[in-house]
Design a protein around this ligand. Structure first.
Ligand code: ADP
Ligand code: MG
Length: 747
């Protein structure tokens, strides 16, 4: 449970308008002693910090570099989402209002200009009118653009620069220049007496529009998490003192008896104690078929009771329910960034100062080599470069896609723990599948009992084997015990029990030494098997697992169990192979059984008779061959191999999501989850790359055009207003492209 309980805090950041803030905030937090890792999600304006540090210290650090921070309590997801939604809506409304104010001045001026109106201040009447407009423009800069100038000022005080700096400089330059034209026209040559108030107003309006559209789109990307949070119910019907009463979900206690009627959602996790029903778990596992549940079966919060009325006992409540863990995990994964996104952050941190230098250089070139009026061209080109080069889209590219991708995966029952897993899963070239419980059901049952010593009956043999195995937790042991109990046999107490991992078990019963396990175990104890080896081989060839029972070092029987292959394993393995993934089976079971199973499911490579501690060596072996290895296991004895693999997949069998060594958990037992996970990862990575490419190209192509590189050839000079529109458009493109992922279907 280490990862879930590790102390993580989340802070909402205010005033981080640009992608280049991400690096700054992360650096200052990571430098605090005690902070293990701080990651910021620019799309959500949230940082998650792991480590043992007081929230106050973190908030102070963030404030010291000019941002505001607020802590987020993890306790109430519903409230948090509501709060965020309300805050987002408010922010959106204010951005739209600010946008209209700015456009209200900008659009008429542009129309006037386009209609042939003079944008010059040569007569004293014109100067008076333009002075009035200049003052109006200043008011708009204050009311609609205050956040840019404040942000720029804060970062200046901290000796740094960000997106706000670019916008403030760009719009500020245009306004100042125009005011000089109006107030002191004499200092400028006549040709250069042109005003650019419309540029300032339009840019502020358009950038506010871009931010507003981003806020709206952001709401959509978090739909998946909202859906999960919405699965939690608010009240539960509990039985107390023989009376049924509806109470708030927070008041349900452990061990409470809870009633769920048909059509109702299960309120907390528990075990059915009365009644039978079918439960729809698709919202958690992606498994479309309802699951039959009766006495003793586990049910989990958020799932839907379809048919019967049942009573169950609460076993996990509040933050401990499976759904609460899932929400927590999805939230964290959505906030974490794959390495491809870190690169974008590094680039945008260097971007702003570089752009400022380019703007100055471009102004200098125009001033010294450009046509008249040089000063006007210099100002326009510098302004346009500053505005077009805002690295806003670059910062949004990765987090937006990760949020959608992780949410999308969760919809089909695939829990991705962190962004890096998403990135690596898209590159997997080899997939190792554990046999028992992964390819097969993991619920073996006894099929054959072959007697080697006529002094024992089948019943006696099953009693002896069942008695030893009742000490073991292995699925094979469970099969033997179940079979003995089904025949109403009475199991006896053993002593000196010993489980030998990968071999079998041994114990003392009535002063006799019992040994039960595979051939290797018999060889280890020098027990003669004679021609029973051939009998065992026959069983193994038909995909059964034979186990030998020896009493006082003499073979008495073979018991074979068979574990049915999951219904869709064959199809799911085909899907992986169709993606050119090398599929390998890994098992501790004997070679013949393993080969037989492999053949049935279409796997060509098998690692059999692998001891539990050697499983991770097989992962390393494939990695040494240059493969990017995914390992899938039930997470019990496979933990080291899962941890070593490039991506570890754990089979969560329905509801158990507390599997900590895996990077990705499949909530549905089906191996289709693997192909789904890989498909979602590939789609997400492709989406991130499109976004990054788009954002880069936009900046790389936009800057030289803004600087006026096309002018000597085509006489083309970009208008600062067009730069403002392009910038708003580029963020919008990234956000819309990320949202396109929501339509993705893995199959
Ligand atoms: P798997 O990879 O299939 O989970 P294990 O390493 O757990 O395999 O077990 C490997 C083999 O060791 C089994 O196929 C079985 O022959 C033997 N074995 C392990 N545990 C037991 C047990 N409790 N009873 C009998 N045989 C066992
Ligand atoms: Mg196993």
């Amino acid at each position: 449970m280490s990862k879930l309980t590790e102390s993580t805090q989340e802070l909402i950041i205010e005033g981080a308008g640009c992608a280049s803030c991400v690096g700054k905030i992360e650096t200052v937090l990571n430098n605090i002693s005690g902070v293990e890792n701080a990651q910021m999600n620019f799309a959500l304006r949230m940082v998650s910090i792991t480590g043992d540090v007081n929230a106050k210290v973190l908030i102070n650090a963030i404030e010291s570099i000019g941002y505001n921070a607020k802590s987020v309590s993890e306790s109430s997801d519903n409230e948090l989402i509501d709060e965020k939604e309300i805050a987002d809506q408010k922010y959106y409304n204010s951005l739209i209002k600010q946008m209209w104010m700015a456009l209200g001045l900008g659009i008429p001026l542009i129309v006037y200009g386009l209609a042939g109106g003079a944008m010059t201040a040569d007569t004293s009447l014109a100067r008076t009118v333009w002075l009035f407009i200049g003052v109006l423009c200043a008011a708009i800069m204050y009311f609609s653009g205050k956040h840019f100038y404040l942000g720029a000022w804060k970062s200046l005080v901290n000796h740094s620069a960000n997106m706000d700096t670019l916008i403030a400089l760009g719009t500020g330059t245009a306004w100042l220049y125009s005011m000089v034209v109006v107030l002191f026209p004499m200092v400028l040559p006549e040709m250069a007496r042109h005003v650019y108030f419309e540029a300032t107003a339009m840019i502020i309006g358009l950038i506010n529009l871009g931010l507003a559209l981003e806020v709206k789109a952001r709401g959509k990307t978090s739909e998946a998490i909202k859906r999960l949070i919405g699965l939690q119910v608010k009240t539960a019907r509990v039985v107390r003192d023989n009376k049924e009463l509806d109470i708030a979900i927070e008041q349900v206690l452990l061990d409470d008896i809870v009633r769920v009627r048909p059509g109702e959602k299960v309120p907390v996790d528990g075990v059915v104690i009365q009644g039978n029903t079918a439960i729809d778990e698709s919202m958690l596992t992606g498994e479309p078929m309802p699951i039959e549940k009766g006495k003793g079966d586990e049910i989990v919060a958020g799932t839907l009771n379809k048919s019967g009325s049942i009573l169950f006992q609460a076993t996990r409540i509040g933050k401990d329910t499976a759904i609460a863990h899932i929400i927590n995990m999805v939230k964290k994964a959505q906030n974490s960034k794959p390495s491809i996104g870190r690169l974008a952050d590094v680039i945008s941190a260097y971007f702003v100062p570089v752009v400022m230098i380019i703007a100055i250089l471009s102004a200098l070139v125009w001033f010294n080599f450009g046509p008249d009026p040089v000063i006007a061209y210099a100002v326009v080109s510098a302004t346009t470069v500053l505005i077009i080069a805002c690295p806003c889209a670059l910062g949004l590219a990765t987090p937006m896609s990760v949020m959608v991708g992780v949410g999308k995966a969760a919809e089909s029952g695939v829990l991705i723990r962190h962004g890096e897993a998403l990135q690596t899963a898209s590159k997997i070239t080899a997939m190792i599948l554990d046999k028992t419980g992964t390819i097969t059901e993991g619920k073996p049952s006894v099929t054959d009992i072959i007697i080697a010593d006529r002094n024992y009956s089948e019943q006696q043999i099953l009693t002896l084997a069942g008695s030893i195995e009742s000490n073991s937790e292995h699925p094979l042991a469970q099969a033997i015990v179940d079979s003995a109990l089904a025949k109403n046999l009475v199991l006896e107490n053993t002593s000196e029990f010993n489980a030998i991992a990968g071999y079998g078990v041994q114990a003392k019963l009535n002063n006799q030494q019992l040994i039960f396990g595979n051939q290797k175990l018999m060889l280890k104890n020098a027990i003669a098997l004679n021609d029973f080896v051939a009998r065992a081989q026959q069983l193994a060839d038909s995909a059964k697992t034979p186990m030998y029972l020896a009493i006082d070092n003499k073979l008495v029987a073979i018991i074979a169990v068979s574990d049915p292959i999951k219904a869709d394993s064959v199809a799911a393995i085909k899907r992986l192979q169709a993606k050119d993934i090398r599929v390998v089976m890994l098992t501790g079971d004997n070679r013949a059984t393993a080969n037989a199973v492999a053949q049935q499911v279409g796997i060509k490579e098998v690692f059999a008779e692998v001891l539990p501690e050697e499983k991770s060596n097989k992962v390393a072996e494939l990695q040494a061959q240059g493969e990017i290895v995914g390992m899938t296991g039930d997470g019990i004895n496979d933990a080291p191999a899962l941890a070593l693999a490039n991506v570890g997949f754990a089979i969560g069998t329905g509801t158990d999501v507390a599997i900590e060594s895996a990077d990705i958990t499949l909530m549905r037992g089906s191996l289709h989850g693997l192909a789904d996970a890989i498909a979602v990862s590939k789609a997400t990575l492709a989406n991130i790359k499109q976004n990054l490419f788009g954002a880069f190209i936009y900046n790389v192509a936009g800057i030289p055009v803004a600087a006026g590189i096309l002018y000597p050839f085509f006489g083309l000079m970009l208008n600062p207003v067009v730069a403002g529109a392009a910038m708003a458009f580029s963020s919008l493109t990234v956000v819309s492209n990320a949202n396109r992922l929501r339509l993705f279907k893995p199959q």
